[in-house]
Design a protein around this ligand. Structure first.
Ligand SMILES: Cc1cc2nc3c(=O)[nH]c(=O)nc-3n(C[C@H](O)[C@H](O)[C@H](O)COP(=O)(O)OP(=O)(O)OC[C@H]3O[C@@H](n4cnc5c(N)ncnc54)[C@H](O)[C@@H]3O)c2cc1C
Length: 338
């Protein structure tokens, strides 16, 4: 078995020899990161695999600048700050992060599990926790934007600063498109929202806020061409039977994303409508394989960060006696060791 490389800016564990990890986690979203902390708290070694190059799952990829209002203990916290806190907390477990790699195959045996990755490497563990959220997600592409990614075209807005003083065109009619247009309007030179329909899918409040701002809204319209030398300079927008050219140094194509549980559905795990069925302990139908967070399905399931945290704690604590027979499920109180 080859040793997977530890990628990204995350803490790393060096070493040429592959060592068996107690717990392998698939998915470095909020649930996987909190699970990594808990694994460390329970004395387990842990490796976390994610197909994205950065930690934080949906939060980092889709809304790092948004305020989250429903994480217990934080009346309001920016997405990226929540992830930073989770990463700091997880660091106590000294996790091995395997980023930019998709888990493609799973084999289980009496002693543990082997997870095959898309680069041909594999990770061996004594148990597996799947915190894969909605699966791997990729942005829906803007047909006219072919070849412009990284040259003025973005699918996500990870930070607002690069848009300051620019002419920005945002394409889309959903919550992300409207949110980004609203947030960029005060700092950009101009913001134009281009939507191919007359009706928006976004929250009414967002539509009202954008209409009340200086942003221009063009509906029943389509971006048909991007132009510029080495960087985007202008875009063509077809609407009302004509084509208008707008100055644009930045274009955000917020057309949604395609989520794919993909290979996980081939692992022999019982799923229901692209979610993994778990019992009260977060165990799946496969031995030594548990799941937590958005990816799970059970009666009363609610897909929220707060719920993922609870499920991570339940899963890891119930996994401990599986890895170390005779160990207790209840971890004791963390405050007792402080
Ligand atoms: C715009 C938006 C706003 C939101 N606002 C809130 C909010 O205010 N409050 C709230 O509670 N929730 C909110 N949510 C939902 C919240 O983000 C999710 O509930 C949360 O991210 C779930 O965390 P998770 O760790 O279970 O999964 P995810 O965050 O989806 O992370 C799963 C990770 O698994 C990885 N992965 C999947 N399959 C594989 C594979 N085969 N191999 C390797 N890696 C894999 C993915 O790349 C991903 O990084 C919001 C969601 C969106 C899109």
């Amino acid at each position: 078995m080859s040793t997977p490389h530890v990628g990204g800016d995350a803490p790393r564990t060096d070493g040429d020899e592959a060592e068996e990890t107690d717990l392998v986690v698939v998915g470095a979203g909020p649930t996987g990161l909190f699970a990594a902390y808990y694994a460390g708290f329970r004395g387990l070694t842990v490796a976390v695999v994610d197909s994205l190059p950065e930690l934080g799952g949906q939060v980092t990829a889709m809304y790092p600048e948004k305020q989250i209002l429903d994480v217990a203990g934080f009346p309001s916290i920016k997405g990226r700050d929540l992830v930073a806190g989770l990463v700091e907390q997880a660091a106590t477990a000294k996790p091995t992060y395997v980023l930019g790699r998709t888990a493609t195959t799973l084999t289980t045996d009496d002693g543990g599990i082997t997870l095959g990755l898309d680069d041909g490497t594999a990770v061996r563990g004594r148990a597996l926790l799947i915190t894969a959220g909605i699966g791997t997600f990729t942005a829906r592409h803007l047909p006219a934007g072919e070849g412009w990614l990284g040259k003025g075209l973005d699918f996500f807005v990870p930070s607002f600063a690069p848009y300051a003083g620019k002419d920005v065109v945002v394409v889309g009619g959903g919550d992300s498109a409207l949110d980004w247009a609203i947030h960029l309007e005060p700092l950009a030179d101009s913001v134009t929202l281009v939507h191919r329909r007359a009706q928006f899918r976004a929250h009414e409040n967002s539509v009202a806020r954008l209409r009340a701002s200086s942003a221009r809204i063009i509906t029943d319209a389509e971006v048909t061409e991007l132009r510029g030398d080495s960087w985007l300079a202008e875009v063509d927008v077809a609407h009302d039977g004509t084509t208008e050219t707008l100055p644009a140094q930045q274009l955000v194509a917020a057309l949604g994303f395609v989520a794919d549980l993909g290979p996980i559905q081939q692992w022999g795990i019982t799923t229901q409508k692209r979610h993994i069925v778990v019992d009260d302990t977060m165990a799946t139908n496969l031995p030594r394989v548990y799941a937590a967070g958005d990816v799970t399905d059970h009666p009363g399931k609610v897909r929220l960060i707060a719920v993922g945290f609870g499920e991570a704690a339940t899963a890891v604590n119930n996994l401990v006696p599986v890895i170390h027979p005779g160990a207790h499920v209840f971890p004791g109180h963390s405050s007792e060791g402080s």
